[in-house]
Each structure stands twice: as structure tokens, then as C-alpha cells.
Design a protein around this ligand. Structure first.
Ligand code: PMP
Length: 408
């Protein structure tokens, strides 16, 4: 029996009920790019703007206190969701990109020197490549890349060999947005910690699929985006261990991140405010809390269980399509399923799927170096959510067959 009542769950998502593509109800398989929002998130945003919109941490007045309380309550909910030791280890950001840039820039400025090494992996999103390239270039440090096998799994022996005294930080993705690979992050972290090297996890494609306990897993930093976890756009989270965040300089200067300012010298605020310069995305943070509470209500273990069943069914059904090959066949996977059919360009396939009301993503998925490794221009990517159904998978498979027949 299915672990989730998906028909019931779909009623919580207005877009899934309302959106039509070429006259048909949308079959939304682009959840890796962004997820749809449940009604409770939309209501929470509306209530905030209608009832207590006000700037946080500033006013003595009632509304400002109410907004501040809600904003800080969201921080506590996020901390509990990740099982962080302290809520001041939760920094609100614009998203994963912003969180990684914060660490690359601030940690890099303080701890990177010429000759040091930063380790990433071959399957990183551009947002976990470029910020490190920028700081490495500035500091004369070197960026090293953990290679992968043809199934899209990290070569852990290579990683082990790369860890030496020159390595100052490891930054890898938990789940690949293109291949769907779930990386052995526990082992990655343990190996790095054995040499006192901190680890950042890009959890953009993990937090919505797998429950994460930062104390058990023990990353030093972890970044994710609200919009990929059923929350609003423009809000994200950086978790960082207190010990590291306290040692790191502010990322940006401005209001809220200060204790006192004179023209001669500024005393920085304490955590988490030191890293939250300017008016934050209050509505976003409050909406993110609503999304997290919604997920907790559905149950992350139920979500994982259902998505595993759906994923197995999708893999097994797509495999039947003549000429289809998967890009990425890791033993452990979540979310994204990338594939190509014969020599058909992914863009052409994606366009014909769109005409049938099926939303997938095509292209390099912001992982150009990975596409170069596989020597392909891109993939068709179907990325699953717990609100997707087995019938939708059937539609996808039928759609791919129809499109491929037209393009051959
Ligand atoms: N990392 C991964 C693995 C991602 O999938 C994404 C989004 N596609 C990002 C980082 C960047 O997230 P955002 O654009 O929300 O900052």
C-alpha cells in the first residue's frame, strides 16, 4: 500500500490543480529546479503582509516585535529541522548560492593562503564551483576535483588520496541535481575531520528528500534554498558550526550586522546577525517555516519512502523506452533522473514533452563540467516530488516514446 495519500496531498497545491499547459493539466517533473508551494505557505505570506508586515530587530512598536518574533521563530524551526545545537547557527540567506558564496568569501578570506587546496567534486553545480574558483584565484590557492565513475559515483579512494595538509576545506554536494546520486557524505566528513578539515555540504537537492541531522552527520556548513523545499523564493539557509562562524569575518557590511559604528571603527554584532546585513527577507523566512512545518506534518520518512517507490517505478518504466540511456546510475539516488534517447537533442525532446503538458528540464543543469565529462550537450531531467503520481510517470514514459518517435 502507498505510504502517502497523494491525491489528498495534491489538493494542498493550488498550482497542481490550476495550471494548464497547452490546455492540459501540468505534469510537473521539474522539482529539482523549483518546487510548487502548498496553500499554507501562500496563506502565511499573505497573512504576514496583511497583518504584521514590519521591519525586524528595529522598532519598539508592536508590529515590529511581532514580525521579529515570527522571523526568529522560523530560525528556531529551521534549527530544530536540522537538529542544530543552537539557533544562532542558522543564517538566513538568499539561497544555496548565497550561502556558498558567504562561506567561500568569508572562510576563504580568513583561512586560505597561497598554496592551499580546496576540494570539490566533479558533479558540483556551478554555484559550488565558481565561488571557490574566485576565492582560489584571489588567494593563489588550488581547486581540486574529486573524480567520478561512469555511473556518477564519487571515487572515494581518489578522495582519500587527495586529503593532505594543504587541504583547507572540502565542499561537496549531498545529492547531485543532474545525476541524482546521493553521495557518501558521512564518510566524506569523517575522512576530512580525521585531518581537521571542515566540510561544507550543498544540500540544495537533499533537504527536501532526506531528513538531515547536522549533529549526527556533523558537517561544518550546510546550505540549502527555500524554494526547492516548497517554500518561497529568495530565502535560503546556511547552517554553520558556531566555532567556525565565530572565527569568520562578516560577509557583507550594513545594518543589523553591527553592534556599534563610528567612522573610526565598527564592532560587529554576534551570531547570527553578524552574517545578516540589511533588512532580511522576513516574509520569506516566515514562509519557509510554514513549508518546513508542512513537510514535518507529511513526515519526511513517509516522503522518502514514497519517493523511493516512485523513483524505482520511473527508472524501471523509462528503461523500457527503446534507445533510452540514463546519465547517472548511482546505487543510491534521489530526486533527479537524467536521460537521453538515441542521438536526439535533449532540447528537442523537452519541447515535445512540453507540448504534451509535461514539464521537465533540459540542458546542462548548471553542471557544465559534468556534461563535458560525459561528452554530452545536456540531458533531459525529470525530477520527482512526493506530490507526483505513478500515473504521471506513465504519462512521462508515453510522452517520451511519442516524442522520440516523432524525432527519429
Ligand atoms: N546546488 C545544487 C545542487 C542545486 O541543485 C542548485 C539549484 N539548481 C543550487 C546549488 C543553487 O541553488 P539556488 O539557485 O537556489 O541558489
Amino acid at each position: 500500500a502507498p505510504v502517502l495519500d497523494v491525491a489528498r496531498i495534491r489538493e494542498d497545491f493550488p498550482l497542481l490543480q490550476q495550471a494548464k499547459v497547452f490546455g492540459q493539466p501540468v505534469v510537473y517533473f521539474d522539482n529539482g529546479a523549483t518546487t510548487q508551494k502548498p496553500q499554507i505557505v501562500l496563506d502565511t505570506l499573505e497573512q504576514y503582509y496583511k497583518n504584521y508586515n514590519s521591519n525586524v530587530h528595529r522598532g519598539v512598536h508592536q508590529l515590529s516585535q511581532q514580525a521579529t518574533e515570527a522571523y526568529e521563530q522560523s530560525r528556531r524551526t529551521v534549527a530544530a529541522y536540522l537538529n542544530a545545537r543552537h539557533s544562532h547557527e542558522i543564517i538566513f540567506t538568499k539561497g544555496t548560492t548565497d550561502g556558498i558564496n558567504l562561506v567561500a568569501s568569508s572562510f576563504g578570506r580568513k583561512f586560505l593562503q597561497a598554496g592551499d587546496v580546496v576540494i570539490i567534486s566533479a558533479m558540483e553545480h556551478h554555484s559550488n564551483i565558481v565561488p571557490w574558483q574566485m576565492i582560489c584565484e584571489e588567494k593563489g590557492a588550488e581547486l581540486k576535483v574529486v573524480p567520478i565513475n561512469e555511473r556518477g559515483e564519487l571515487l572515494m579512494d581518489e578522495y582519500r588520496r587527495m586529503l593532505d595538509e594543504r587541504v583547507k576545506i572540502v565542499s561537496v554536494t549531498y545529492v547531485s541535481n543532474t545525476l541524482g546520486s546521493i553521495n557518501p557524505v558521512k564518510e566524506i566528513i569523517e575522512l576530512a575531520h580525521a585531518r581537521n578539515i571542515p566540510v561544507l555540504l550543498d544540500a540544495a537537492q537533499a533537504v527536501q528528500h532526506i531528513s538531515i541531522d547536522v549533529q549526527a552527520l556533523d558537517p561544518d556548513f550546510l546550505a540549502f534554498s527555500g524554494h526547492k523545499i516548497y517554500g518561497p523564493t529568495g530565502i535560503g539557509v546556511l547552517y554553520g558550526k558556531e566555532e567556525w562562524l565565530n572565527k569568520m569575518p562578516p560577509y557583507q557590511g550594513g545594518g543589523d550586522m553591527i553592534k556599534t559604528v563610528t567612522f573610526a571603527k565598527t564592532i560587529y554584532n554576534e551570531l547570527p546577525y553578524k552574517f545578516e546585513a540589511g533588512t532580511p527577507h522576513m516574509a520569506g523566512a516566515i514562509g519557509l517555516e510554514a513549508a518546513i512545518k508542512y513537510l514535518q506534518q507529511v513526515g519526511l520518512d513517509n516522503i522518502r519512502h514514497y519517493e523511493e517507490q516512485l523513483q524505482a517505478y520511473a527508472l524501471q518504466s523509462l528503461e523500457q523506452v527503446e534507445g533510452l540511456r540514463f546519465i547517472g546510475q548511482a546505487a543510491h539516488r534521489a530526486g533527479a533522473i537524467s536521460f537521453l534517447v538515441d542521438e536526439i537533442h535533449p532540447y528537442d525532446l523537452g519541447e515535445l514533452l512540453d507540448k504534451q503538458g509535461i514539464a521537465v528540464r533540459t540542458g546542462h543543469h548548471c553542471t557544465e563540467p559534468l556534461m563535458d565529462l560525459f561528452k554530452i550537450p545536456g540531458t533531459v531531467r525529470a525530477s520527482l516530488s512526493f506530490y507526483n503520481t505513478f500515473e504521471e510517470v506513465d504519462k512521462l514514459v508515453a510522452g517520451v516514446k511519442r516524442a522520440a518517435a516523432m524525432l527519429r
